[in-house]
Design a protein around this ligand. Structure first.
Ligand SMILES: O=C(O)[C@@H](CO)OP(=O)(O)O
Ligand SMILES: [Mg+2]
Length: 401
């Protein structure tokens, strides 16, 4: 039934215009799945290795395809992902590339679901999953590695925490995005968009806080439910290991000052979410900040944990955070991403399933978030490769996938 009979790999375009890997998986009974790897710009040092797509494809054809075709059942995701690990033979997918691995892993899951005639979230999560929907975190202003000459903080994220439905939440984020544009033009600030579709104005972070705060309040009044906001600081990108300081356009902050700065922002703006406020190697500083404000907000590890259970175990032991970002391509397979979410849940950490700055129309993460009952998903607010996931969430809620 779900025995894999063919795998095809090709280069396609991602949203930045760079090549990425797409995989097609076909099964014995005609099941078909297609998936594509996303790609980061502010990548964590400890992520699985993304190889140049043509090299990743050649290596996967040589090592992975023969271990899967005629050998493994697409319906058995653990076997698929174990075969990918065995084919690769390293602990970071540096042989076949995490981009080939994740594309095949996700395409196999879709082929398995196709044979069953079930939506992907149900195949992945089982029949009892799918009643809860993640709150979408929508990037409305951004800079850092995602846009030149914009804010130092990488992402300002609308968080419609009081939305009665996923549809209301998705439209609220789009409305905040539009309100930010209005406020920027009132101030006479011209601006384009960054890699994830967020506005990328040439303003300082202080102005961005004011504008996002105002935009969120305006939309909150309109829609009548609570909307907050949060940040992805992408602290590792600001951190200078030689000087031990976080380098902002207008000043440097040492680690204690950075912790105090973030804690003040949490207080002042009632932030519900702070991702990577500190450097990816600094578990201690993460723990200090979590101790200070972890009862008021989510402190989420992205570059800190890289969806890796070994790094998450260390974080849990050291009380470094209370939330983990989940990016399947950081670790290379859906099984590994599942393991990270389950470990997080068992230990009271909230999972935030996430896109990358370089994306495709692939909507697997929408299904992954619903399948695992993840409380949050971060996948932008507008732009085709972002709305692919947001609209899929609306379809899942409407039983229309
Ligand atoms: O830092 C992040 O969380 C992501 C996605 O928003 O960015 P990138 O894909 O560039 O790592
Ligand atoms: Mg991040």
């Amino acid at each position: 039934m779900t025995l894999i009979t063919d795998i095809r790999l090709r280069r396609i375009l991602d949203s930045r215009g760079n090549p990425t890997v797409e995989a097609d998986v076909v099964t014995e009974s005609g099941g078909f799945g297609r998936a594509a790897a996303p790609s980061g710009a502010s990548t964590g040092e400890y992520e699985a290795v993304e190889r140049p797509p043509s090299e990743a494809i050649a290596a996967a054809r040589e090592h992975a395809v023969p271990r899967l075709v005629g050998e493994v059942y697409a319906g058995n995701q653990r076997d698929v992902d174990a075969a990918l690990h065995a084919a690769d033979g390293t602990d970071d997918f540096s042989e076949i590339g995490a981009n080939s691995a994740v594309a095949i892993s996700m395409a196999a899951a879709k082929a398995g679901a196709d044979v069953l005639g079930a939506p992907l979230f149900q195949h992945l999560g089982g029949t009892f999953r799918g009643n809860n929907f993640p709150i979408p975190l929508g990037n409305v202003v951004g800079g850092g590695e995602h846009a030149a000459d914009a804010t130092d903080i990488q992402e300002f994220l609308a968080a419609p925490v009081g939305a009665p439905s996923v549809e209301d939440a998705v439209f609220a984020n789009a409305a905040v995005h539009a309100a930010v544009s209005d406020l920027l033009s009132e101030r006479g600030v011209p601006c384009g968009k960054g890699d994830e579709g967020a506005w990328a104005p040439s303003i300082d972070d202080g102005d961005a806080f004011e504008i996002v705060d105002e935009a969120v309040s305006m939309v909150e009044d309109e829609v009548g439910f609570e909307i907050k906001f949060g940040l992805d600081v992408a602290g590792a990108e600001l951190y200078d290991a030689d000087s031990g300081t976080y380098e902002y356009s207008d000043q440097s902050r040492d680690t204690d000052e950075q912790i105090a700065y973030i804690a003040d922002l949490v207080e002042e703006y009632d932030l519900v979410y702070v991702e990577d406020p500190l450097d990816e190697d600094d578990y201690d500083a993460f723990a200090d900040l979590t101790d200070e404000v972890g009862d008021q907000t989510l402190i989420c590890g992205d570059d800190l944990f890289v969806t890796n259970t070994d790094r998450l175990v260390e974080g849990i032991d050291r009380d470094a955070a209370n939330s983990i970002l989940i990016k399947p391509n950081q670790i290379g397979t859906l099984s590994d991403a599942f393991d990270a979410i389950e470990l997080a849940t068992e230990n009271g950490y909230d999972s935030v399933v996430s896109h990358r700055s370089g994306e495709t129309e692939d909507a697997t993460i929408a299904h992954l978030a619903v399948a695992t009952d993840a409380p949050y998903i971060k996948t932008g607010a507008v732009g085709g490769e972002r709305t692919a996931k947001l609209n899929e969430l609306i379809r899942i809620a409407d039983d229309a996938t």
